[in-house]
Design a protein around this ligand. Structure first.
Ligand code: TLP
Length: 338
C-alpha cells in the first residue's frame, strides 16, 4: 500500500529509533530531561526566538498558544477553513471561552484589509478582538503558502489594531522550502508559532511552540493544565531532534511529486485540480463521482488517499513515499478518473 492519506503517517527512521533507545532522560515537568532541553534550545536557536516548548501534538501546540494569548470572552480571527476552526473539536471555545470568527481568504491567504474590517470597535456589546491566527501552509486550501508580503501585511495590521498573532505552522517548513526563506524569517513578527515535527519532518510524535520567553512560559503552564507534561519525554525528543535537523531537506522532493500528481490528475475528465493551489506536498482533487467511492477505488489499486468532503479527495506526499507511490497514484487515477 502507498499511504498518501497524510504526512502524519510517517514512521520513525532507523536512526530515530536508535536515538530514542539511547536517549538521556529525566523528568521534563521538573525541567530535567536533557534531551527535551536540547531540542527546545536547538529549536529556539533555529527560529531565532527566545524559547521553545515541546508538546505532544499540533492541536495542543495551537491550543496552548491561543490560551496564552486570550482571556475568556475574547475573539480570535482565523481563515474560514483554518484547522483551529474546523478540526480542533471546538477547543478554542471549549478550553478558553473564546469565539473564532471566520474570514474568507484567497487560497487560504487572508487579506489584511479584510482582517482590519473584521476587528471590532470597542463597544460594551462586543467581544474584544484579541488574536489573528494565520495558517501556513494552509491545509484545506491545498497546502498553500502565505507569501512574505502578505505575511508582513497581516502582522502589521494585527499590530496596528493591538492584536496578538498566532501562527499555525503545522507545515511551516514546507512553506519555508517553497519560499526559499529560513523559518526564522517567517516567525519573526508573530507572538507564538506552533510547528509540527510529526508530519513531513518524520518524527513519531510531537510539535514545538516557539516565541518570547514569557509567552512560552505561559504555554508551559497551559500544557501542564491540559495534561501534556510528559515526564521522560526525551525518548520522543531524541527522534524530534533528528526530524528538526534532517527533515526539512527532504521536503522539496515531496513538493515535486505533489506537483506531478496534480498535473496528471488535472488532465482527467473525472477529476479537477486547482493547480495554482498546489504549492507544497498536498494535492486536493475535486471529483465528479462521490469521493468516498473514489477513495475505495484507489485503495483497491494499492493507493490510500482521503475523502475530505462529498466530492473532495486529498493526497499527501511525505518521506515514506517515493516515485513508485507517485507512479501508482497516477496509474490508479487514470483508471478511476480517465
Ligand atoms: N492535520 C491533520 C488532520 O487533522 C486533518 C492532517 O492529516 O492534515 N494544524 C494543521 C494545519 C494541521 O493540518 C494539523 C493536522 C494540525 C494543526 C494538528 O496536528 P495534530 O494532528 O498533531 O494534532
Amino acid at each position: 500500500m502507498h499511504d498518501l492519506r497524510s504526512d502524519t503517517v510517517t514512521r520513525p527512521t532507523e536512526a530515530m529509533r536508535e536515538a530514542m533507545a539511547r536517549a538521556e532522560v529525566g523528568d521534563d515537568v521538573l525541567g530535567e530531561d536533557p534531551t527535551v532541553n536540547r531540542l527546545e534550545a536547538e529549536a529556539a536557536a533555529l527560529f531565532a526566538r527566545e524559547a521553545a516548548l515541546f508538546v505532544p501534538s499540533g492541536t495542543m501546540g495551537n491550543q496552548v498558544c491561543l490560551g496564552a494569548l486570550t482571556r475568556p470572552g475574547e475573539e480570535v480571527i482565523a481563515e474560514a477553513e483554518a484547522h483551529i476552526l474546523v478540526n480542533e473539536v471546538g477547543s478554542v471555545s471549549r478550553l478558553w471561552g473564546c469565539q473564532v470568527t471566520p474570514v474568507r481568504g484567497t487560497r487560504g491567504v487572508l487579506d489584511a484589509d479584510d482582517v482590519a474590517a473584521a476587528v471590532r470597535e470597542p463597544d460594551i456589546h462586543h467581544p474584544r478582538t484579541a488574536v489573528l491566527s494565520v495558517e501556513d501552509t494552509h491545509n484545506y486550501a491545498g497546502g498553500t503558502v502565505v507569501p512574505l508580503e502578505a505575511l508582513d501585511a497581516l502582522t502589521a495590521v494585527a499590530r496596528a489594531h493591538g492584536l496578538a498573532v498566532h501562527l499555525d505552522g503545522a507545515r511551516l517548513f514546507n512553506a519555508a522550502v517553497a519560499l526559499g526563506e529560513p523559518v526564522a524569517r517567517l516567525v519573526r513578527d508573530v507572538d507564538l508559532v506552533s510547528v509540527c515535527l510529526s508530519k513531513g519532518l518524520g518524527a513519531p510524535v510531537g510539535s514545538l511552540v516557539v516565541g518570547d520567553a514569557d509567552r512560552v512560559a505561559e504555554c508551559r503552564r497551559l500544557r501542564k493544565a491540559l495534561g501534556g507534561g510528559m515526564r521522560q519525554a526525551g525518548v520522543l525528543a531524541a527522534a524530534a531532534r533528528l526530524a528538526l535537523s534532517e527533515g526539512p531537506a527532504a521536503l522539496a522532493e515531496d513538493h515535486r511529486r505533489a506537483r506531478l500528481l496534480a498535473e496528471a490528475l488535472g488532465e482527467l475528465p473525472g477529476a479537477s485540480v486547482d493547480l495554482p493551489s498546489v504549492q507544497t506536498n498536498l494535492v486536493f482533487v475535486t471529483t465528479t463521482s462521490p469521493a468516498p467511492a473514489a477513495q475505495d477505488a484507489f485503495a483497491e489499486r494499492g493507493v490510500l488517499g482521503l475523502a475530505l468532503g462529498p466530492r473532495r479527495m486529498r493526497f499527501v506526499f511525505h518521506r515514506d513515499v517515493g516515485d513508485d507511490a507517485l507512479e501508482a497514484a497516477v496509474d490508479a487515477a487514470r483508471a478511476i478518473f480517465g
